[in-house]
Design a protein. Structure first.
Length: 234
């Protein structure tokens, strides 16, 4: 099989596509044929040697995937060959086949179509991270205000959507201008809550919005009202 392999710390461009032996599942493990392996920020940190986990060389990066079970190890229950799954792994998802601890696999409905299976490959880390932050760490309650920084990214978009579903007043902030922010997907998270998106002046008395430094200019989207407004810094 083929895998993306990291031989030394460096940028993603230093990774190599290489033929490697197929994995053999041990006790409690699944061998999954990869349909989609998501690309997340921790993957870039890991291959650069800047993540809290530093695997031994060579290794394949990638922390989440979706696919189909092609083999099971001993002591595995609840999974069978042919099951469609979404999984989290410490690393190794950038390969045609991946070993996954059964406890880190989520079995998907048998009628899951190809498009949904592909979406599932980038769901667990972004939504799981945001849900853990909001519910477990912040213990957010309906009616509170949530400011999401970096709302144009995967975890940020998930936080906006989950925040609204949890009954929070959500303010989404991004470092790009309004059009770029919304073109990157923020409307998908807001559309079900807002009927109109419009431009507005900067927010008075806001240290972010009134800053003259381009490095800290932000556009804010107030998703709590019927008409979401983009509050753009100049």
């Amino acid at each position: 099989m083929f895998a993306i392999v990291c031989d030394s710390w460096g940028p993603p461009s230093s990774l190599q596509l290489r033929e490697v032996p197929g994995p053999v599942p041990g006790a409690g493990q699944l061998r999954v044929r990869t349909r989609v392996a998501a690309v997340n920020f921790p993957d870039a940190l890991m291959v650069a040697g800047k993540y809290q986990m530093r695997p031994e060389f060579p290794f394949s990066p990638g922390g989440e995937l979706s696919g189909e079970v092609v083999a099971t190890g001993d002591d595995v229950s609840g999974f069978a060959v042919g099951d469609k799954v979404a999984c989290i792994v410490p690393f190794g998802a950038y390969a045609q086949e991946v070993l996954v601890d059964a406890t880190n696999a989520l079995k998907l409905p048998a009628d899951t179509d190809d498009a949904t299976l592909e979406l599932a490959g980038s769901f667990l880390l972004t939504y799981g991270t945001s849900y853990h932050a909001l519910k477990d760490r912040a213990q957010a309650r309906a009616g509170e205000t949530l400011l999401v920084l970096g709302a144009g990214g995967g975890v940020g978009l998930a936080a906006v959507e989950l925040g609204k579903r949890l009954g929070l007043r959500v303010i989404a902030a991004g470092s790009s201008d309004a059009n770029k922010l919304f073109n990157r997907g923020l409307p998908c998270a807001l559309r079900q809550y807002s009927s109109k998106l419009s431009n507005s002046r900067r927010t008075p008395n806001c240290r972010v919005c009134t800053s003259t430094s381009p490095a800290v200019r932000h556009n804010l989207a107030d998703a709590s009202s019927a008409e979401a407004q983009v509050l753009g810094g100049s």
